[in-house]
Design a protein around this ligand. Structure first.
Ligand code: GLY
Ligand code: MN
Length: 452
């Protein structure tokens, strides 16, 4: 159970790892849509959630690493709030729910920071993901705090894994609904609305905006303005968030006609083989970069067999030629964020000391390269994408013309894309695919497409 004792333990561990000074963890503010009282759905900063569980706007947590004492800084409800929002918990009640002994008005924060500075104490801060520049960098970041938070959040406790699996139950239902309802003539938006409705009806939220498209070759296609046509493949990348904010992230690829065509069968099998081989490699100590490269080699090997590429798979992957059909990475960390902790800096989270990001296509978008550890939850999501704009660009430059049969690829532009994604826990012994089984094999997907 994730309760006040867990939050106390996490804060004590953070104080121990950082050593000295104050840690400041600011929460998110409300974000207005068009004026102050009409806001987007509130979502707390994930690190503050991890150390307090408090999903309230306009709060901050100050942790004294020398004494171990935590202070919740939050506004006290205004007496008039009763008219608009009804009775709400007091600052003291919120603090108690997170096991925080001290609390003070948010307005006191600056004075506390000034006092620390006057005493020569350091104040440790993280990059701010929602800074006004929209970036995830800011000056004065504490390397010690960043390392401690990344190392703690990366390894999931059984309670956190249970949250992800809880989210996956809803995600399974969402994907089965989409598989059952997708058919020729149905509008993408209708299916997106149905999935979002299922999640909302359970009082939950999506972990990220739905990707649901017959133009699946566009990796993060958030447009849902098309109608499904005979022979289409639809990429459905969607996941719900658990009650405590843990993400799930699943992709299935649906034949709109209910049956895969022969070429779709070949390419689907290939992506599934790449995914299963990648999952089979996962165990503590294995660099995720190797998992990615193995998935790429399996895909290229298959593409050579099908006449879309030629030459040697290992060489093609080393040169980045696979990016013509698989330009992104095989996966990322998953947790309180769908790309876990990406707001703290993708390089710090996904690449270890001395591990440089490759500048090559097919390698440079890899979000996670470092060795995985027991307790990491990662996604494994290889794919094949027939991107006509990319092929046109590469062909015009004559890029890897010895390895890529542009004519063969060109004959199938319009194919779309295939992605198969699951969420996997690295265990002491190897790895475990999380959540309930979601139709994945060709036969299972076709069976799930049958109207009930
Ligand atoms: N689910 C979207 C992504 O992994 O980028
Ligand atoms: Mn993903």
């Amino acid at each position: 159970m994730i309760d006040e004792h867990t939050y106390r333990q996490r804060r004590a561990e953070l104080a121990r790892r950082v050593g000295h000074g104050l840690v400041l963890l600011p929460g998110h503010a409300e974000s207005p849509i068009n004026y102050r009282d009409n806001c987007y759905r509130f979502r707390q900063d994930s690190t503050l959630l991890y150390f307090s569980g408090l999903a309230l706007p306009d709060i901050a947590l100050l942790l004294d690493c020398d004494s171990g004492q935590a202070t919740l800084l939050a506004p006290e409800p205004h007496p008039d709030d009763i008219v608009w929002t009804g009775p709400t918990a007091s600052r003291a009640q919120h603090a108690a729910s997170a096991g925080i002994d001290r609390h003070a008005p948010l307005a006191d924060l600056q004075a506390l920071l000034d006092q620390a500075q006057a005493q020569g104490r350091s104040v440790h801060r993280l990059p701010v993901a929602r800074g006004h520049d929209g970036g995830s960098e800011c000056s004065g970041i504490s390397a010690a705090l960043l390392r401690a938070v990344i190392d703690m959040r990366a390894v999931k406790s059984p309670d956190e894994v249970a949250q992800i699996e809880q989210a996956l139950h809803t995600t399974r239902d969402m994907h089965l609904l989409a598989l059952r309802s997708a058919r020729v003539g149905v509008a993408e938006q209708a299916l997106v609305g149905a999935m979002e409705g299922l999640v909302a009806a359970r009082g939950l939220h999506m972990a990220y905006p739905v990707i649901f498209s017959r133009r699946g070759e566009i990796l993060h296609n958030h447009r849902h303005d098309q109608t499904l046509k005979a022979g289409d493949l639809v990429v459905n990348d969607s996941g719900a968030e658990s009650p405590l904010g843990y993400a799930s992230d699943i992709t299935r690829t649906i034949p709109a006609s209910g049956r895969f065509t022969p070429l779709q069968v070949d390419l689907y099998r290939l992506v599934l083989t790449a995914q299963q081989e990648a999952i089979a490699l996962l165990r503590p100590g294995v660099p995720y970069r190797e998992v990615h490269e193995q998935a790429c080699r399996v895909l290229v090997d298959g593409m050579i067999g099908l006449g879309f590429m030629r030459g040697n798979a290992a060489e093609a992957v080393a040169r980045g030629a696979h990016a013509i059909v698989f330009p992104c990475g095989t996966g990322h960390l998953l947790g309180l964020d769908v790309h876990d902790m990406e707001g703290l800096g993708e390089a710090q989270v996904g690449y270890g000391e001395g591990q440089a990001r490759s500048p090559l296509p097919g390698h440079r978008y890899l979000r996670l390269a470092r060795p995985v550890q027991a307790g990491f939850v990662v996604t494994v999501e290889p794919g094949i994408y027939f991107n006509p704009w990319l092929a046109e660009q590469w062909q015009a430059q004559g890029l890897h013309a010895d390895l890529i049969d542009y004519d063969a690829l060109g004959r199938h532009m319009g194919f779309g894309g295939i992605r198969i994604e699951d969420d996997v826990l690295v265990t002491e012994q190897g790895a475990r695919v999380l959540g309930p089984h979601i139709a994945r094999s060709l036969d299972e997907v076709e069976a799930a497409c049958e109207p009930v």
